[in-house]
Design a protein around this ligand. Structure first.
Ligand code: NAD
Length: 345
C-alpha cells in the first residue's frame, strides 16, 4: 500500500515540484492549501505522514492530535524546525527535515538584497518605469573594503562569506561552534556588532538567540550598519529595529524573514489593510527591503526539497529510519551514537 501524505500549506510551486518528484506515483499525496494547526489537524486523519513548511504550527496540541490519529511522521520540507515542539514530540512522533537543498539560493538572495539596498536598485527600478531618470538620492557605496559580520558559518553562511570575498570585503564571523581550520576570523558577538558595516544572519533560531538584535545590541553597532536577515525573523526584535532606523543608527535593513511573518507572508494582501503596524512601518521606510521568505525559492532548491522529502518518507516507512531525522536527544543532528537503530527514539 502506498504511503499516504497530507501535504499542508501547499502552493502551486510546491505541487509542481512534488508531482514531478512523485512521477512514478509511489506516494499518495493530498495537497491542502491550509496550514497545519489545531483547527486543521483533522484533515490528517487516515494519513501516515504530514508534510509541513516553515509556518505550520506543530505545537503540543497538534502533536497529541496527530498521535491520536495514528500519524507516524512529520516531514518538514525545510531545514529549520523551530515551528515544531521537538521536546514534546520526543517519544511520540518522528520528525524528518531537509537539512540542505540549496544553500546557494539563500546566500545569493542575501547578496541580492544587499546589492539592491546599497545601490538603491529598488528605487531606480520604480523611477525609470515612470521615465524619471534623475539620480538624486541614489548614491550608494562600494562594498569593496567594507567589513561584513556573518552570524552563523554553516552551509549558507560559508557560501555568503565566499560571495563577499569575491567582492573584496573583509569578513569577520561569530558562530556558537566555530569551524576550526576554516581560515575564518571568529570574534565575539560584541566585537562583531562593533566592527561590522554590514551584518548578515545565517544561524538557526533558538531560545538562546531569540531577539539577539535588540535595543541594547543595536546601540553597540556602527552608525549606518546594514542588517540582512535571511535566517529567522525572531532573531531581530522588529520594534527595536524600527527605533534603530528612526534614530538613524541602522542605515538599512534587508529582511527576507520577519518575526510575525506567519500571519502575512505567502499570502496576497494587496487589497487589504494590514493590521501589523510594525511591518507596515518597516515597509514604509525607503531603506528597508522586505521579501516574503523567498530566499529558498529557486528551481534547484524546490526540486531538491521535493526529492529529499520523499526520500525521507520512503526511508522512514521502508527501512525504519531516515538519516535526516531531527534527533532531539543528540547534540549534533545526524551524528547520533545512541543505540536506537538510528532513530531518535
Ligand atoms: P547550518 O546548520 O549549516 O548552519 C548553522 C550555523 O549556525 C552552524 O554553524 C551553527 O554552529 C551555527 N549556530 C547555531 N546556533 C548558533 C547561535 N546561537 N549563534 C550563532 N551561530 C549559531 O544551517 P544553514 O543551512 O546554513 O541554514 C542557516 C539558517 O538559514 C537556518 O537555520 C534557517 O533558519 C535559515 N534558512 C532560511 C531560508 C530562507 O528561505 N530564508 C532557507 C533555508 C534556511
Amino acid at each position: 500500500m502506498k504511503t499516504r501524505i497530507a501535504f499542508f500549506d501547499a502552493k502551486d510551486y510546491d505541487k509542481e515540484s512534488f508531482i514531478r518528484s512523485n512521477s512514478d506515483e509511489n506516494f499518495d499525496i493530498s495537497y491542502f492549501e491550509t496550514r497545519l494547526s489545531k483547527d486543521t489537524c483533522r484533515l490528517a486523519e487516515g494519513f501516515d505522514a504530514v508534510c509541513v513548511f516553515v509556518n505550520d504550527d506543530i505545537n503540543k496540541d497538534v502533536i497529541d492530535m496527530l498521535v491520536d490519529m495514528d500519524v507516524k511522521l512529520i516531514a518538514l520540507r525545510c531545514a529549520g524546525y523551530n515551528n515544531v515542539d521537538i521536546d514534546y514530540a520526543y517519544k511520540k512522533l518522528h520528525v524528518v527535515r531537509v537539512p540542505a537543498y540549496s544553500p546557494y539560493a539563500v546566500a545569493e538572495h542575501a547578496m541580492a538584497l544587499l546589492l539592491t539596498s546599497v545601490r538603491r536598485i529598488h528605487k531606480a527600478y520604480i523611477r525609470t518605469k515612470d521615465f524619471n531618470f534623475s539620480l538624486n538620492g541614489l548614491t550608494g557605496f562600494d562594498l569593496h573594503g567594507k567589513t561584513v559580520g556573518v552570524v552563523g558559518t554553516g552551509k549558507i553562511g560559508r557560501i555568503f562569506i565566499d560571495i563577499c570575498r569575491g567582492f573584496g570585503m573583509n569578513i569577520i564571523a561569530y558562530d556558537k561552534f566555530p569551524a576550526e581550520g576554516s581560515g575564518i576570523e571568529y570574534v565575539s558577538l560584541d566585537e562583531l556588532w562593533e566592527r561590522s558595516d554590514i551584518i548578515s544572519f545565517h544561524c538557526p533560531l533558538t531560545d538562546e538567540n531569540h531577539h539577539m538584535v535588540n535595543e541594547e545590541t543595536i546601540e553597540k553597532m556602527k552608525k549606518g550598519v546594514i542588517l540582512i536577515n535571511t535566517s529567522r525573523g525572531a532573531l531581530i526584535d522588529a520594534e527595536a529595529l524600527v527605533e534603530g532606523i528612526k534614530q538613524r543608527k541602522v542605515g538599512a535593513a534587508c529582511l527576507d524573514v520577519y518575526e510575525e511573518e506567519s500571519d502575512v507572508f505567502f499570502h496576497d494582501y494587496s487589497n487589504h489593510i494590514v493590521n501589523d503596524d510594525v511591518l507596515a512601518r518597516l515597509i514604509s521606510m525607503p531603506n528597508v527591503i522586505v521579501t516574503s521568505h523567498q530566499a529558498f525559492l529557486t528551481q534547484e532548491a524546490l526540486s531538491n526539497i521535493a526529492d529529499t522529502t520523499l526520500e525521507n518518507v520512503k526511508d522512514f516507512f521502508e527501512n525504519g529510519y531516515s538519516k535526516n531525522e531531527v534527533c532531539y536527544k543528540c547534540a549534533l543532528i545526524n551524528t547520533c551514537n545512541q543505540d536506537h537503530n538510528k532513530k531518535c527514539f
